[in-house]
Design a protein around this ligand. Structure first.
Ligand code: GLC
Length: 558
């Protein structure tokens, strides 16, 4: 790939949830063959790169975030040769490809874990993970009180090769995802080698799963938490947490950065780092660590102007501390789709836990209208943007997946009290008909709503008013309007329910307005480049956004 080395600073990256993107071999599961066929769609959309969720051999107990072999492709998704062909074809279309690396844990099917089980206590094999004796009489109590992010405790007891109840191993996620011991140099060396393996095959970079994880306090102290969903993935301020955001993790990333920098062009990293404190997030974005990390702030508020304003300021403050660009995201494979988030009645909500899935009173049409505006908001902010597959089609969260078809461990480990993340992972509709709306030739692994026929990509492609066309035009303008690729950003005075900011220091600027109030608002005088709803008589309706090019009026000659 040619192009500027800092392409990632303003890139729009499309997240491909491979299982649900396009099925090329008719087995109901998305795959590399399907993705390769649809690459022209992504090039037409106008994105700069794609991030492909884990494609490695996996029991798929956690959608592929349970990796059994980091140097290969799951046969359900294709072959290594297909992955290399994908990279070559994407590059030929001007698209970069980021893969997903899962360093906090492996699958329990990984050869290392299997070897650790077989080798028994005290072995070098067990030192790659966290195998610990239990407490209490006969060691039948877990080593400490750590909870699993997916519910239940983070420790499971194994049966030793001699048949006796034995040690416990740590799994901050599912029982099938044992945590690696990053205090062991062998683990460090292994992952550095895995990075080289994929970089040598042309991968342009990695998204790092649970980037604030990896290192653990080896004394394994109790958390003493009373629980609470919010505490599970995040870190309380100022806390010396035994497994999130430990200082030791930074040396790992410095090693990774130097490997990535050794390639031409340099390879890039985006971290999934859940931290609320800007100073701590900024540590990950130091010049010799990660290039970017997701700004999850924008996923926090529902449809709330003050919430967005706070989120934008917080994300920009964190990035400024590290001179890094912000990487905006509205949705991903872990969060309920934002069409549905914005279509529910105003309420206090949380990112995780039961409240995140409360869709009582949902108005999908309203949510979709607001999602159009949110697209123009996120795509007008300085920095990079990650789009989650299907948001360009305006897909909503699927709420009625039958229990027996639900696949997410969050559902099973919470004993069904949380619906889990399947509702945002439903296969895409490409055509208005067929057994899976063009996803593949033979059904889909999760049921698609019938109404999605009307949202199919082929239907929207021919409709100038569609969500897909809005995204295409926004992405084209991002490229053609130089100020949208700059770092400049200035809030303009506005009423509280309106977000108004300018891009560009000197005229012509692009003024961005998002109307979250109930009444129409006047747009500044200028050329409306793009609006999410019809603008009449210079007024922007409720739940809409517009980009306006404002040129100073020509001064009369002296
Ligand atoms: C990340 C992934 C999520 C996965 C978890 C454990 O948060 O985005 O899908 O379940 O890590 O790997």
């Amino acid at each position: 790939m040619t192009g500027p080395a800092d392409w990632w600073r303003h890139a729009v990256v499309y997240q491909v949830y491979l299982r649900s993107f396009a099925d090329g071999n008719g087995d109901g599961t998305g795959d590399l063959a399907g993705l390769r066929l649809r690459l022209p769609y992504l090039a037409d959309l106008g994105v700069d790169a794609l991030w492909v969720n884990p494609w490695y051999p996996s029991p798929l107990r956690d959608g592929g975030y349970d990796v059994a072999d980091y140097r290969s492709i799951d046969p359900r998704f294709g072959t290594l040769a297909q992955a290399q062909a994908l990279v070559a074809e994407a590059h030929a279309l001007g698209l970069r490809v980021l893969a997903d690396i899962v360093p906090n844990h492996t699958s329990d099917q990984h050869r290392w874990f299997q070897a650790a089980l077989a080798a028994g206590p005290g072995s070098a094999e067990r030192e790659r993970y966290w195998f610990v004796d239990g407490t209490g009489a006969g060691g039948d109590q877990p080593p400490n009180d750590w909870p699993s992010v997916f519910g239940g405790r983070a420790w499971t007891r194994v049966t030793e090769p001699d048949g006796r109840p034995g040690q416990w191993y740590l799994h901050l996620f599912d029982v099938s995802q044992p945590d690696l011991n990053w205090g062991n140099p062998e683990v460090i060396a292994e992952f550095e080698d895995v990075l080289r393996f994929w970089f040598d095959r042309g991968i342009d970079g990695f998204r790092i799963d649970v980037g604030h994880g990896l290192a653990k306090d080896p004394t394994l102290p109790d958390l003493g938490l009373s629980g609470g969903d919010e505490a599970l993935l995040g870190v309380a301020r100022g806390e010396n947490h035994p497994y999130w955001d430990r200082p030791e993790v930074h040396a790992v990333y410095r090693g990774w950065r130097s490997i990535g920098d050794g390639y031409d062009p340099p390879r890039v990293f985006v971290g999934e780092v859940w931290l609320d404190e800007p100073e701590r997030l900024a540590h990950y974005l130091r010049p010799d660590e990660l290039h970017t990390s997701f700004a999850f702030e924008l996923t926090d508020p529902d449809w709330d102007a003050e919430g967005f304003r706070t989120a934008i300021d917080a994300a920009m403050a964190a990035a400024r501390l590290a001179s890094a660009p912000v990487t905006w995201v509205l949705s991903n494979h872990d969060l309920p789709r934002h069409v549905s988030r914005y279509g529910r009645p105003a309420a206090v909500r949380k990112r995780f836990g039961a409240d995140a899935y409360d869709f009582t009173g949902l108005d999908v049409a309203l949510g979709r209208r607001r999602a159009r505006a949110a697209a123009l908001l996120s795509l007008a902010l300085p920095g990079g943007v990650y789009l989650y597959q299907g948001e360009e089609l305006g897909l909503e969260e699927v709420l009625d997946i039958p229990a027996e078809q639900r696949d997410d461990p969050l559902f099973t480990r919470s004993a069904g009290t949380l619906p889990g993340r399947d509702g945002c992972r439903v296969p895409l509709p490409w055509e208005p008909d067929g057994s899976s709306l063009g996803f593949g030739s033979n059904g889909a692994w999760l049921p698609q709503p019938r109404a999605w026929a009307g949202l199919a990509a082929s239907v929207q492609a021919g409709d100038p008013t569609s969500m897909l066309q809005l995204y295409r035009r926004a992405l084209a303008l991002r490229r053609s309007e130089p100020v949208l690729g700059s770092d400049s950003f200035t809030w303009r005075p506005s009423r509280p329910s309106v977000l108004h900011f300018a891009r560009g220091e000197v005229a012509p600027t692009v003024e961005v307005l998002v109307n979250l109030g109930a009444d129409p608002v006047h747009l500044p005088a200028g050329e409306v480049l793009l609006a999410s709803q019809d603008v009449r008589a210079g007024r922007l309706p409720a739940d809409a956004a517009a980009w306006v090019r404002v040129t100073p009026s020509l001064r009369s000659p002296p």
